[in-house]
Design a protein around this ligand. Structure first.
Ligand code: MG
Length: 251
């Protein structure tokens, strides 16, 4: 990405927030679709699960709902398909079915470029924080296995920490808190999903969208993303430039 484009995006953000510059100390990363190429599995499992329960949910719709809680997704689809919300017992049954399908999928690989980016982020003295709606029990072991020496357990926000989840800004606000009661210009958000971008923007942080899925760029830009990259590889390739702009450009 060209320097001018990054500068323009940053200056616009600073102006809108009434800030004179950034003092970056951390960067908050979403997990599915950012660090792992796992969204294909999620989308297919949602589609198959809903079909099993007599409802229609396209693959694209699964991508649009990424980041929402299981219950929230089921209720939205149920309302549209049947005209009423699902009850708690049925939600448990449907979500259990989806989880079993997902756990039977082959493990998702690392997103290309993600590890290279994280290593550069750390080398710049920036602390990576994980902010995910996922509640998989093996999460920490998987992260440490795929991204050795990058994340720390006390610098993670997962499904177990939050009450509302994305698109509420809560998970990212909690990420700022966990990283040491940071204010918005001390961190940034890296997200792939429309609802995740919405949460990042609502938290007040500079939000980078990375379009790693099949949705049009507009789905991410419409939620207010400050900057958009086409892949994690592109973001990784641009990190040094981006970090330089964020360290030196003042309003
Ligand atoms: Mg995601």
């Amino acid at each position: 990405m060209e320097r001018e484009k990054i500068e323009d995006a940053l200056l616009l953000y600073l102006k809108n927030k009434g800030l004179d510059g950034m003092s970056l100390v951390s960067a908050m990363f979403d997990m599915d679709g950012v660090l792992f190429d796992s969204m294909k599995n999620h989308a297919h499992c949602w589609h198959k699960t809903m079909a099993h329960f007599g409802m229609n949910m396209s693959l694209e719709e699964a991508y649009m709902h990424e980041g929402r809680t299981g219950a929230g997704t089921i209720n939205l689809v149920s309302m549209r398909e049947r005209g009423y919300e699902s009850n708690p017992e049925e939600i448990e049954e449907i979500y259990g079915y989806k989880s079993r399908l997902f756990n039977a999928c082959p493990e998702a690989p690392r997103m290309p470029g993600a590890y290279e980016l994280l290593k550069q982020v750390k080398a710049s003295g920036i602390v990576p924080v994980l902010v995910t709606g996922s509640g998989q029990k093996s999460l920490i072991e998987r992260l440490n296995h795929n991204f050795p020496d990058i994340f720390r357990p006390h610098l993670m926000v997962t499904a177990f920490d939050v009450k509302y989840g994305k698109p509420n800004p809560e998970p990212y606000l909690m990420g700022l808190q966990k990283a040491g009661n940071l204010v918005v210009n001390q961190s940034m958000v890296i997200e792939n999903a429309p609802l995740g971008v919405k949460a990042g923007v609502a938290s007040g942080c500079f939000t980078i969208a990375v379009n790693t899925g099949p949705l049009p760029d507009s789905a991410l830009l419409e939620q207010g993303a400050n900057l958009l990259f086409s892949s994690m590889q592109e973001l990784s390739d641009s990190w040094i430039l981006l970090f330089d702009v964020f360290s030196n450009v003042k309003l």
